[in-house]
Ligand binder design. Structure first.
Ligand SMILES: [Zn+2]
Length: 471
C-alpha cells in the first residue's frame, strides 16, 4: 500500500513537472488575455500648450494626441495600463479617472496606472500657470477663450471610455520581451559641472565653461511585444526609453517623438499595430548633445528608436508565464516647506512669470511654492506600482519626473530579468532628484516638490515589491 502510494506520488510529481515544462510553450494556455484601445484626446485648437514658463496657444494639430489603454487579465486578476499624450496627470485627474475606470470595468484602482508621456506640445490643463492664465482671462474678459472645453473632465471621461473599450475586447495573448541598448547618440544627461564649480542643467551647446557631465543616461530600450497565439501576429508593442519629450517645439499639437516611433513601427511591422510608449526615468536626460550645435528632431529620434525595436523583434524571447500580479506601495516624501511670507510673495511673483522681470529660477520657484498647496500637510505621497507580467518580466511605475539614476538602481536590484521603469504615473510632483543632485542644485532641484530622500524611498519601495512579486 505504502509502495503504491509512493509510486503514485512520484508519478504525480513527474506529471506536474511535465505540465510546468509544457506550459511555457503555450503562454496563452496560462490564460493571459489582453485588450487594447485608443481614443483621441486632442483639445480644441486655441487651448494653451504646456511645457514652458510662458503662455502660448495651440495653432493647429500636427498629429492627434491620444490616450491608449492596455488591459491584461489572467484568472481573476486584471490590470490596466493607460498612456496619455499629455505633459503629465495630476491626482485631481488620475484619481477620479481610476475611480471611474474601476466603477465601469471592475478593475481595482490599485491595478490601474495612468501615465503621461510628457509631450511639451499638449495642453496646459493643470498647475499654477494654468490657474493664473485662466483666472487672468476670466477677470479680463469674463471668460477664458482658450478653454472652450473642460479638458480635465473630458480627459477623465475619455480614460474611462478607452479602458472600458479595451476591457471588453480582451483575447488570448502571448508576450515576448527584449531589451537592447540604443546607440549613445540619442540621449544625454543634461546636468553638467561647470568651471565656476556649479552644476547647471542645459548649459547650452558648445558652452566652453562645461567641465564634465554630472550624471549617467540609461541607454536601454525595454520592449514588450503582444502577439496573437494563433498566428503570432504582432498586435501591440510597449517601448520604454528614458528620454525627455521636448523635441518638437512649435505650437501644433503633437505626441512628439513617440508619434514617429509608432509611424515607423507600423510601416515595418503592420499598419494596425498599436505602439505604447512608456517614458523611462529621464528627469535629467534629454536629446541635446552639448558637443555639437545641431539637435536631433522628433522625427529622427522616433525613427532611430523604432529601428532598435524592429531589430529586436526577431530576437525577442517568449516571456515565461507567471500569474499576472500587481503590487503597490505609497511612500511619504517630505514636502518642501515655506514660510507664510514666502508663500505670499510667490503668489504675487507668479504674475511676473514669462515677463522677463524675474530670473528664471525665481519664476520656477514661485510656481512651485504656489503648487505645493495641492498637497495638504507636510508630506507628498508617492505611489509606486509594480506589475508582474511574467516570471522574468515586470513593469514598475513611478510618479513625477524621476532622475535616471533611480530607474537604473531599480533595474539593477530587480529580481526580474527584464524590468521596465516608467515615470509620470498617476501624479506630477515635478522632479524627483537624487540626494546627490539636491546637493548640487540647479533647475530640477528648485522645481521639485519634495525634500532630498523622497526618491530614494521610492526606489526602496519598488525593489521591495518587485522582490515580493518574484517570490
Ligand atoms: Zn520635464
Amino acid at each position: 500500500m505504502k509502495k503504491i502510494s509512493m509510486r503514485f506520488v512520484v508519478c504525480a510529481i513527474v506529471a506536474s513537472l511535465f505540465i510546468l515544462m509544457v506550459c511555457p510553450i503555450a503562454n496563452a494556455a496560462a490564460g493571459l488575455t489582453a485588450g487594447i484601445a485608443e481614443i483621441d484626446i486632442t483639445p480644441p485648437v486655441g487651448y494653451r500648450l504646456s511645457g514652458y514658463f510662458i503662455e502660448r496657444q495651440s495653432t493647429g494639430v500636427h498629429d492627434p494626441l491620444k490616450a491608449k489603454a492596455l488591459v491584461l487579465r489572467e484568472g481573476d486578476v486584471t490590470a490596466a495600463f493607460v498612456v496619455c499624450d499629455v505633459i503629465g496627470l495630476p491626482r485631481s485627474v488620475s484619481d477620479p479617472a481610476r475611480t471611474l475606470v474601476a466603477a465601469r470595468t471592475g478593475i481595482p484602482a490599485a491595478n490601474i496606472v495612468i501615465t503621461g508621456t510628457h509631450t511639451h506640445t499638449g495642453p496646459l490643463y493643470y498647475g499654477t500657470l494654468r490657474n493664473y492664465f485662466h483666472e487672468q482671462a476670466v477677470a479680463k474678459n469674463g471668460k477664458d477663450a482658450c478653454e472652450a472645453v473642460d479638458y480635465p473632465a473630458q480627459l477623465i471621461e475619455k480614460i474611462g471610455q478607452v479602458v472600458s473599450k479595451a476591457a471588453k475586447s480582451t483575447s488570448p495573448v502571448i508576450l515576448e520581451a527584449a531589451a537592447a541598448d540604443q546607440d549613445p547618440s540619442l540621449s544625454f544627461n543634461r546636468r553638467f559641472h561647470m568651471k565656476d564649480g556649479s552644476v547647471r542643467f542645459n548649459p547650452g551647446q558648445k558652452n566652453p565653461d562645461i567641465v564634465r557631465v554630472a550624471g549617467p543616461i540609461d541607454p536601454q530600450v525595454g520592449i514588450v511585444l503582444l502577439k496573437a497565439p494563433e498566428d503570432r501576429k504582432l498586435k501591440a508593442c510597449l517601448t520604454v526609453f528614458a528620454l525627455h519629450l521636448d523635441t518638437t517645439g512649435g505650437t501644433l499639437y503633437s505626441a512628439d517623438y513617440p508619434f514617429y516611433l509608432e509611424k515607423t513601427l507600423r510601416a515595418s511591422l503592420g499598419s494596425d499595430l498599436m505602439s505604447f510608449f512608456g517614458t523611462g526615468t529621464c528627469g535629467d536626460v534629454n536629446h541635446i548633445d552639448v558637443t555639437v550645435e545641431e539637435r536631433r528632431k522628433a522625427e529622427e529620434i522616433g525613427e532611430l528608436l523604432a529601428k532598435t525595436v524592429i531589430g529586436q523583434v526577431p530576437k525577442a524571447r517568449p516571456v515565461e508565464p507567471a500569474p499576472l500580479a500587481v503590487k503597490s506601495r505609497t511612500v511619504q516624501a517630505l514636502k518642501h516647506q515655506y514660510s507664510e511670507e514666502q508663500k505670499a510673495q510667490a503668489a504675487k511673483d507668479v504674475a511676473l512669470v514669462g515677463t522677463g522681470k524675474l530670473p528664471f529660477l525665481e519664476e520656477v520657484e514661485s510656481c512651485k511654492i504656489v503648487d505645493l498647496a495641492r498637497y495638504p500637510g507636510t508630506m507628498v505621497p508617492l505611489e509606486v506600482q509594480a506589475f508582474r507580467l511574467g516570471r522574468d518580466l515586470a513593469v514598475v511605475t513611478l510618479p513625477g519626473e524621476v532622475f535616471v539614476e533611480f530607474g537604473l538602481a531599480i533595474k539593477k536590484a530587480s529580481p526580474f530579468k527584464t524590468t521596465l521603469v516608467v515615470e509620470l504615473a498617476n501624479d506630477v510632483p515635478a522632479y524627483i532628484p537624487t540626494r546627490k543632485a539636491f546637493g548640487e542644485g540647479s533647475y530640477e532641484t528648485v522645481n521639485s516638490r519634495i525634500q532630498p530622500g523622497g526618491g530614494e524611498l521610492m526606489v526602496d519601495a519598488a525593489i521591495e515589491i518587485l522582490k515580493e512579486l518574484a517570490r
